[in-house]
Design a protein around this ligand. Structure first.
Ligand code: AP5
Ligand code: MG
Length: 261
């Protein structure tokens, strides 16, 4: 049996601007769109785009490219948000660290609150959302659907060998989440962030055992979401090994929908 988590708006967000937030969620909730092609919407409305794909599949890389072309989006990367909590040693960060380091998923209730906490101010400001790494379970997807309607799902399909090579070569600047790799987008100075000059590090979950666990969780728990969104007529899959080749196809697809032209 599937347990459906309740998707709550954080109280602080409701106090800040109740009518606007509730309006954006309820108007979206009332809709029942089946296709990304068949709907016309007023230009000023917020849109909801999900990017799905395996660990190291290029979700963050493609998201950054999208933000340059579709600037009204706010990018919510749940992995980046969690790593920020871990660095700041918040209560959530302390709870989440063990799951993350071993490559397991963080419990649904924590994730749902985390996403809404981050996203609500941007929704209040009328921005659209690009969700990267959420939802990652059917429970999260169902909770999301209770409060909003997804416009488009971009699914990245990248071979496992490529993923393993990429993750071994990934270096990050922890404070900003900037990502480098020596074979794809190397830093200007070896081991240093381009902007701050601070040290680059490898993610704790990019160790071989955690990568194996993340790939397993993806295959067993997250990959079924692709079919879930395909059945709703929302998902489009892009396969390949190079983000620079995949991204122009993603862009063309998004421009062909009514939502992002
Ligand atoms: P998260 O940070 O989301 O990790 P992930 O899904 O495993 O994905 P990654 O961020 O590792 O990869 P990516 O697809 O963004 O690829 P990237 O662009 O960096 O989540 C971490 C953890 O948090 C989870 O394991 C879980 O514990 C927890 N969590 C998060 N969300 C959750 C949720 N909703 N529910 C429960 N738990 C949750 O690219 C990878 C590398 O490849 C980079 O080095 C990049 O430079 C390189 N690269 C990209 N394109 C190319 C190319 N064309 N050629 C060569 N290299 C390339
Ligand atoms: Mg990422």
């Amino acid at each position: 049996m599937i347990a459906v988590a309740t998707f709550r708006l954080p109280g602080s967000a409701l106090r800040r601007c109740p009518s606007q937030v509730m309006m954006s969620f309820t108007t979206l909730q009332q809709r029942n769109y089946k296709s990304t092609q068949a709907v016309e919407r007023p230009e000023e409305e917020s849109h909801f785009l999900l990017i799905l794909g395996p660990p190291g599949g290029g979700k963050g890389t493609i998201s950054k490219k999208m933000l340059k072309d579709f600037s009204s989006f706010h990018h919510v990367s749940t992995g980046d948000l969690l790593r920020q909590h871990v660095r700041q040693r918040t209560a959530l960060g302390i709870k989440a660290k063990g799951y993350m380091d071993s490559g397991e998923l963080v419990p649904d209730n924590l994730m749902i609150d985390l996403v809404m906490e981050d996203a609500t101010p941007y929704l209040e400001a009328g921005q659209s959302l690009l969700l990267d790494g959420f939802p990652r379970t059917i429970e999260q997807a169902m909770a999301l659907e209770k409060v909003t309607h997804i416009d488009v799902v971009v699914n990245l399909d990248v071979p496992t060998d490529t993923i393993v090579e990429r993750l071994a070569d990934r270096w990050i600047h922890p404070a900003s989440g900037r990502v480098y790799s020596y074979s794809y987008n190397p830093p200007k100075v070896v081991g240093k962030d381009d902007i701050t000059g601070e040290d680059l590090v490898q993610r704790d979950d990019d160790k071989p055992e955690a990568i194996r666990k993340r790939l397993e969780s993806y295959a067993n728990i997250t990959a079924p979401l692709v079919k879930y969104y395909e059945d709703k007529g929302l998902a489009k899959t892009f396969s390949g090994t190079k983000s620079d080749i995949i991204y122009p196809q993603v862009k063309k697809f998004l421009e062909s929908t009514h939502f992002f032209s």
